[in-house]
Ligand binder design. Structure first.
Ligand code: FE
Ligand code: ZN
Length: 487
């Protein structure tokens, strides 16, 4: 038992390329939870630290700042009032209108089209592009007899001609046409998805319905946009896909993360915590799911999560959002956990829909569980589960979280399309694929927030290796993203 633990401790140390002196190792092993303890020490180490002695650990415990990265210049701005709100109109909870009638879908797609056309009309690059002037309807573009035009359409069908040219059928509220991209155009390598909305500058044919594309635009995040630093010194931590109740829930890594938060969150001003879905493992989510469960009672799973969250330092504001493993409808947008599930949580915990936009200290945080990544990977060339941030970037480009309709990710036909990214966010968070990645796209901090579940039998049989036990922390002032590892 002890020998196994020692190996685990040494493994954790080796992964960080750090060496423990014999007396430091002895000290770690004498702790009641050596792995959590060593992880806490490791996460507090400065990046340059290589050799750790017993004295270093003592200093670390005593609060001596030597081991803490940049801690010596940090002064907490005594700000104990949190500044977090759900952005109005972004939470579907209690606002769902759909009954699943055919007409609901008509209304839903009309709304998607109008919201995305509005964003396209705000895209300066599109509006400045030739021909000068405003967008016209597809019908009008063809009525004007072969003059260059600017149109907006939703992708209805895609194919390739025998000569390798791309044909994209697009439609607006009144008409339809076939956008032709010749095979030697730079646009030929671009990726298109079904049901996305695009802007096209080009020339309509005088006969037939061909519209020869010169340039294609996406709603996108404005080009040249950058992260503008603010004076906020607070940070947001993200814990995705906890999967409490799963047989492979990573209890010791989770405990290490909790100890680290207890030791550091207050001083480092990590004042907010977001859980973007799959907060419990749920029941009956995939065939044979019960074999992967430790806790088969879903209420008990939420109670356990709530108990774990009580360990989070009191000053941290917690937001819980559902994912596809949670006890709400699977169709997106998903409403917040309700009823008896909601009662499991302290009144302090904020339960929101999936997706939702949060306003935190002047920043716009878009959080979406990320189930649509399954469709991106299955339907869009060049996408893979190894690169979830890329799929998230493509969502920003299209300003839609789940453009493809009728694939694996179910969408509920609400009167308003809650999956449209109405406001370009400052931070965009997802989980679902249990990867850990981040990138900056035009000033948006794009973060995929790992998981707290090890590989399940089901994932193993699907050849899927997760990257668990990583907690991203994003600073709201500087935009710096730290991936805190507790493996
Ligand atoms: Fe998950
Ligand atoms: Zn999920």
């Amino acid at each position: 038992m002890e020998a196994g633990m020692k190996e685990e401790v040494l493994g954790a140390v080796a992964r960080r390329n750090v060496f423990l002196s014999p007396d430091a190792l002895e000290m770690v092993m004498s702790n009641s939870d050596p792995l959590s303890f060593v992880n806490t020490v490791l996460s507090a180490l400065s990046k340059s630290a290589m050799f750790v002695s017993k004295k270093d650990i003592m200093d670390c415990i005593a609060g001596d700042k030597v081991l803490f990265e940049s801690a010596n210049e940090r002064v907490r701005k005594n700000k104990l009032v949190s500044d977090l709100a759900v952005a109005s109109g972004t939470d579907v909870t209690g606002c769902s209108t759909c009954e699943g009638k055919i007409n609901d879908f008509v209304v839903y797609f009309k709304n998607r089209f109008s919201m995305l056309s509005k964003i396209l009309r705000e895209n300066r690059d599109f509006m400045k592009s030739e021909p000068a002037g405003d967008v016209c309807s597809i019908k009008r573009a063809f009525d004007r007899g072969g003059r260059d035009a600017k149109i907006i359409g939703m992708v209805y069908e895609r194919s390739e001609t025998r000569n390798g040219h791309k044909r994209i059928v697009v439609e607006d509220e009144e008409g339809k046409c076939t956008v032709l991209i010749t095979k030697d155009s730079p646009m030929a390598s671009e990726t298109f998805t079904d049901d996305e909305v695009i802007g096209v500058c080009g020339k309509p044919s005088t006969k037939g319905d061909l519209f020869i594309a010169n340039k294609i635009f996406r709603p996108d995040v404005p080009s040249g946009r950058r992260w503008v630093p603010s004076d906020s010194s607070a940070s947001v931590a993200i814990l995705s896909d906890a999967h409490v109740g799963s047989h492979t829930f990573l209890k010791s890594q989770w405990n290490a993360m909790i100890s680290w938060l207890k030791a550091n969150a207050y001083e480092s001003e990590i004042d907010y915590l977001i859980l973007p879905g799959d907060v419990v493992d749920g029941i009956g989510i995939y065939p044979g799911h019960d074999k992967d469960l430790d806790v088969k009672d879903i209420y008990r799973q939420y109670e356990m999560l709530s108990e774990y969250l009580k360990e989070i330092p009191d000053h941290m504001k917690i937001v819980v959002q559902p994912g596809n493993h949670d006890a709400v409808r699977p169709a997106e947008p998903q409403p917040a956990l309700g009823g008896d599930f909601a009662k499991c949580f302290d009144s302090e915990v904020i339960l929101t829909s999936n997706p939702v936009s949060l306003k935190i200290e002047g920043r716009n945080i878009l959080t979406y569980h990320g189930k649509s990544i399954d469709d991106w990977v299955a339907k869009v060339s060049g996408m893979s589960y190894d690169d979830p941030a890329r799929a998230m970037k493509e969502m920003l480009v299209r300003r839609h979280l789940s453009p493809i309709y009728g694939a694996k990710n179910p969408l509920a036909p609400e009167k308003k399309d809650y999956l449209v990214i109405e406001t370009a966010p400052d931070v965009f968070i997802s989980g679902h694929v249990h990867g850990a990645a981040h990138l900056d796209y035009r000033g948006v901090k794009v973060i995929n927030a790992s998981a707290w579940q090890g590989q399940t039998e089901y994932q193993r049989s699907h050849n899927f290796s997760p990257e668990p036990a990583v907690m991203p922390v994003v600073n709201l002032g500087s935009g710096r993203v730290d991936m805190k590892r507790f493996d």
